[in-house]
Write a protein that binds this ligand. Structure first.
Ligand code: ATP
Ligand code: MG
Length: 693
C-alpha cells in the first residue's frame, strides 16, 4: 500500500492517534491521502463502517469510493463516503424522531421552498423577492441561527420581517414533515448538540472522520464535525486555503485557523510536490495566487518537466472563442496517435451562461460533450413531477408533493377545490392528504370536488400498497409503466408542449428514469447519497424513498467519453490532461467588482476580499490542467443585446507568461503539427498513446 505515496503523505496516512490537518496546494495528493488513509485504517483493524469520509460533491464521493475499492476491494463498500448533506440525511433519518420528524421525511427542492415562502407571506410576493428571502434564511441557517436568534441579530426592518417569516416557514416544514437543504446540516447539529445520547451514539459509531476540501466548510459544518469526533478528535482534514472559493456561500477560512486552537494536539502536515501539472502550468498558477495574503506559507514544485507553454488565445467574440476552442481540441487529437479520448478535455468558465456558444460549436463539429454541474437530470420538470408522486407515497403529509402530484397531470380538480382543501387542512392542523379522509370535509366543499379528491387519495394509497409489493427490476419497470399509463403522463407531456419533438424528448427522459429506478430495485447500482450500498433486490417503495432524497442532492453521473464543460466552482478537486479556461475577461473573471476598475490603487475591504476569492478561483482553474492549458479572452462581449468592447483579465498578465511564446500563433501551430506528423511517421505503428495513463 505504501507505493505511490511520498514521505509526507505516508506520515499523514499513518498518523491515526489524533487530529491531523494536511495543508497543501493543488495537485499535491491531498485527496490521495484520504483514500489511502481509509485503506490504512482498515488494515489496522478498524471496521469499514466506522470510517466516514466527507467530500464536497456527490461526484467526488463516488470517485473516492471507486478509488478506495481499487485499494482495498469489497470492504470499501461499507465505508461511509458521502457529502455533508448526505451524512445529514442519514443522521436525520436515524435520529430525527428526537426532533419530531418521522424517518420518511421529505426533502424540499428550491422551487418548493420558494412556493412555501410566498404562501407563508400571504401569496402576493413575486418570485424574485421570495428567492431573496430564501437566500437570507439559508444564510442564517448556515450560521446555525434559528428564527429567534435571527430576529435578535437582524440588521433592519426588512431582516426582522424575514426572521418572522422564517418562523412561519419552519412551522410549515414541520407540518409537512419536510426539511430543506440547509436543515440537513442544521438538524444533525441540533441533534448532537442538544441530545447527549444521540451524540454518544455517533461518537461511538465513528472511529475516524476524514474531510476533503476542508477549506470550503462553513461554520455549521465545522461545529457538526467537532461534535461528531468529540474530544478524542479522530479526524483527518485536508485542504488548501488558496482554493477556498465558497466564501459567498458562507464557507470560512476561520475553520482552518480554529483547528489548531480547538485541538492543540493537532498534527499539521504539509505537502510540497505537485503530481498533476507540468512546471509551466504550475508556475502560472503560483504567479496568479502570489499576490494573495498567505494564511500559511507554502511552496509547490513539479517534477513532470516544463511541458507545453501555457497558451493565451485572443478572440474577437464569444463565437470566435468557441470555434477556436473546438479547433484546439481537434488539433490536439489529430496530433496524437491514437487520439486522446474526448473526456481528456475540459472547458471551464466562471458562469453557467457562458457554455452556450461552446455547446453550439461542439455540436456543429459533432464533438460529444457534457455540461457538468448544469441542470441536473433530477432538476427536469418531468422528473420532478414523478419524484413528487414518490414523495407522496412515502410521506403522505408532504403538501408540496401533494400539490404537484395532484396537478401533474391535471385531473380536473380546480383551484377552488384545492384552495378549500388547503384552508380546511390549516384549520384542522392536518396535511392536505390527511384532510381528504376527514369526515368534516363534507361541509367544507361541494360533493363533486370532494369525490374527485377522495378518488385521488384512494389511488395514492393503492399505489403505495402496490409499490410495497413490487420487487426487482422487471416487476418494477412493469409497475412504473402501468402507473404512467394510468395517469396518462405521456399524453400530459404532449398536451403541455407545443413542439412534439420537445414532448418526445421529455418522455424519453421519463422512460430512462424508470429504467434507472428499476435497475436500482434489481440491486444494481450504488450512488453517492444512498449511503447504504445496494446489493440485493429492493421493493419499489424502498427505492423511491432513496430517489426522493436523490432528487435534490445528487447528480446522476455516468462515465462517458465526452468533452466536459464545467463551471470553475464545479471543477474543484478534478483534473484533465487538457484544459481550456475561457472568458478570462475583466468583469467575468474577476467578476464585476463594485468599486474597482482594475486601475485604482485603493479599493474597499469588501472588494479586496472578493478579488482575493476571484484570484483563488483562477488558481483552481489553472491547477486543473495536467499537460496543456489554454486561456482565452474576447475583445468584445455581449452585454444584453449589444456588443461592447472588453478587456483581458488582469489575471492573464499576472500569470507572468512570456508574451512572445505564449500567444498562440497559427503558423507555429502548423509547424508543430508537421513536426509531430513526421515524428509519428517515424515511430510508425509502435507509437504508444501519451494519454493512456
Ligand atoms: N505520491 C504520489 N505519486 C504519484 N502520483 C501522485 C502522488 N500523490 C498524488 N498523485 C497524483 O497526483 C494527482 C493529484 O492528486 P490529488 O487529486 O490527490 O491532489 P489534491 O491535493 O487533492 O488536489 P486538489 O487540491 O486539486 O484537490 C492525482 O492524479 C494523483 O493520483
Ligand atoms: Mg483533492
Amino acid at each position: 500500500m505504501a507505493h505511490g505515496l511520498n514521505l509526507a503523505q505516508l506520515q499523514a496516512v499513518h498518523y491515526t492517534q489524533g487530529p491531523c490537518l494536511v495543508l497543501a496546494g493543488a495537485g499535491s495528493g491531498k485527496t490521495r491521502v484520504i483514500t489511502h488513509k481509509i485503506a490504512r485504517l482498515i488494515e489496522t483493524g478498524m471496521a469499514p463502517r466506522k470510517i466516514a469520509a466527507i467530500t464536497f460533491t456527490n461526484k467526488a464521493a463516488s470517485e473516492m469510493r471507486e478509488r478506495a475499492k481499487s485499494l482495498i476491494g469489497r470492504q470499501a463498500k461499507d465505508v461511509l463516503v458521502c457529502t455533508f448533506h448526505a451524512l445529514g440525511v442519514k443522521m436525520v433519518r436515524e435520529d430525527g424522531h428526537v426532533l419530531g420528524l418521522k424517518p420518511q421525511f421529505s426533502i424540499l427542492d428550491s422551487d418548493d421552498v420558494v412556493g412555501i415562502l410566498k404562501d407563508a407571506a400571504g401569496g402576493t410576493a413575486d418570485v424574485a423577492t421570495a428567492r431573496q428571502w430564501q437566500w437570507t434564511i439559508s444564510k442564517w441557517k448556515n450560521m446555525g441561527l434559528d428564527y429567534k436568534e435571527a430576529l435578535a441579530q437582524a440588521a433592519d426592518d426588512n431582516e426582522r420581517a424575514i426572521a418572522v417569516l422564517m418562523q412561519r416557514y419552519d412551522e410549515r416544514l414541520t407540518a409537512y414533515q419536510s426539511v430543506d437543504f440547509d436543515d440537513l446540516i442544521g438538524m444533525p447539529l441540533r441533534l448532537l448538540r442538544d441530545h447527549p445520547e444521540v451524540r454518544a451514539k455517533w461518537q461511538t459509531n465513528l472511529g475516524h472522520v476524514l474531510v476533503d476540501e476542508y477549506q470550503d466548510t462553513n461554520a455549521t459544518q465545522y461545529e457538526l464535525l467537532k461534535l461528531l469526533v468529540g474530544e478524542r478528535g479522530h479526524l483527518t482534514a485536508v485542504g488548501d486555503d488558496d482554493q477556498s472559493i465558497y466564501g459567498w456561500r458562507g464557507a470560512t477560512l476561520d475553520n482552518l485557523k480554529k483547528l489548531p486552537v480547538d485541538y492543540p494536539q493537532l498534527k499539521v502536515i504539509k505537502l510540497e510536490q505537485n503530481y498533476r501539472s507540468t512546471s509551466a502550468i504550475l508556475r502560472a498558477a503560483n504567479n496568479v495566487i502570489q499576490p494573495n495574503p498567505k494564511l500559511f506559507p507554502k511552496t509547490l514544485f513539479s517534477e513532470l518537466g516544463e511541458g507545453e507553454p501555457v497558451r493565451i488565445v485572443d478572440c474577437d467574440s464569444e463565437e470566435h472563442e468557441a470555434e477556436r476552442a473546438v479547433a484546439r481540441i481537434l488539433s490536439l487529437r489529430a496530433a496524437a496517435n491514437p487520439p486522446p479520448d474526448w473526456k481528456n478535455f475540459a472547458i471551464l468558465y466562471r458562469a453557467n451562461h457562458q457554455a452556450k456558444p461552446f455547446e453550439k460549436a461542439l455540436r456543429k463539429a459533432n464533438v460529444p460533450y457534457k455540461v457538468s454541474g448544469g441542470t441536473s437530470f433530477f432538476d427536469r420538470a418531468e422528473i420532478r413531477d414523478l419524484c413528487a408522486w414518490f414523495r407522496l407515497w412515502i410521506n403522505n403529509d408532504d403538501d408540496p408533493a401533494f400539490l404537484r402530484a395532484i396537478t401533474n397531470p391535471k385531473r380536473g380538480i380546480g383551484h377552488t377545490t384545492l384552495g378549500r382543501l388547503g384552508e380546511f387542512s390549516k384549520a384542522h392542523r392536518c396535511s392536505m392528504f390527511g384532510a381528504l379522509f376527514n369526515a368534516m370535509l363534507e361541509d367544507a366543499m361541494p360533493a363533486k370536488g370532494r369525490e374527485s379528491l377522495l378518488e385521488f387519495g384512494r389511488y395514492i394509497n393503492d399505489l403505495e400498497y402496490r409499490a410495497r409489493q413490487t420487487r426487482g427490476a422487471e416487476e418494477s419497470l412493469a409497475f412504473l409503466l402501468d402507473w404512467l399509463k394510468e395517469i396518462g403522463y405521456e399524453q400530459h407531456l404532449y398536451d403541455a408542449e407545443d413542439s412534439e419533438k420537445v414532448a418526445a424528448a421529455r418522455w424519453t427522459n421519463v422512460l430512462e428514469f424508470c429504467d434507472w429506478m428499476a435497475q436500482r430495485a434489481g440491486g444494481q447500482t450504488t450512488t453517492a447519497a444512498d449511503t447504504t450500498t445496494v446489493s440485493e433486490s429492493k421493493s419499489l417503495l424502498e427505492v423511491s424513498q432513496t430517489i426522493a432524497l436523490l432528487s435534490t442532492i445528487s447528480e446522476r453521473e455516468k462515465e462517458q467519453d465526452m468533452v466536459i464543460l464545467s463551471t470553475l466552482h464545479a471543477s474543484k478537486g478534478l483534473e484533465w490532461p487538457h484544459v481550456m479556461l475561457i472568458g478570462v475577461n475583466e468583469g467575468l473573471l474577476p467578476f464585476k467588482l463594485d468599486d474597482d476598475d482594475g486601475r485604482q490603487q485603493k479599493v474597499s475591504d469588501d472588494t479586496a476580499q472578493r478579488l482575493q476569492e476571484e484570484r483563488r478561483l483562477m488558481y483552481v482553474g489553472i491547477t486543473r490542467a495536467q499537460r496543456s492549458l489554454a486561456v482565452s479572452w474576447t475583445k468584445r462581449r455581449k452585454k444584453g443585446r449589444e456588443l461592447v468592447s472588453a478587456l483581458p483579465s488582469r489575471f492573464i498578465a499576472e500569470m507572468g507568461l512570456d508574451s512572445n511564446t505564449a500567444r498562440e500563433d497559427p503558423r507555429e501551430k502548423l509547424r508543430k503539427l508537421r513536426e509531430e506528423f513526421a515524428a509519428r511517421k517515424a515511430q510508425s505503428s509502435a507509437a504508444a498513446s501519451p494519454d493512456s495513463n
